[in-house]
Design a protein around this ligand. Sequence first.
Ligand SMILES: [Zn+2]
Length: 159
Amino acid sequence: MKIQNDFKILIKTQIYNKMVNCVNKASPNEACGLVFGEIKEVEENGDFQYHYLPKKFNCIESSRKSTVAFLMNNIEELNALFYEAFSKYNLRLISIFHSHPGGNYPSGVDVDNMKYLDNCGNKAFKNQIWTIMDATNNEINGFIYFNNELVQIDVRLEN
Ligand SMILES: [Zn+2]
């Protein structure tokens, strides 16, 4: 898969640990959650990069208990989380997180959902990084559907 170097997500240990807990709690089913934070435009050698900076992670109980799918469709809960993140912390949604029992590349359904959310017209869902954690080793990959193309991006873990 093509790597898009203009996007990066920098995940601090505190957020990463919450993601791991979320995955362990849902195991053996897929876990899911929302990552709120900031997106910073950074210039590096005349090149612009977008750094996604997670500040808050909400583990969400999947409405579909499955080892091959997840579903976040509790609209009231989602609205409350969006409202809290924005009004209390001034944060926006930057990543949609979920786990796979093995592997961390998007499934066909994931790709369909990425395309759908990017094109649904709701700006809150545009240019989301999809973070996927492999439940066997807790390694995370990141992907973005950008310019009508699925690309992999750099995930950095930091203290
Ligand atoms: Zn998936």
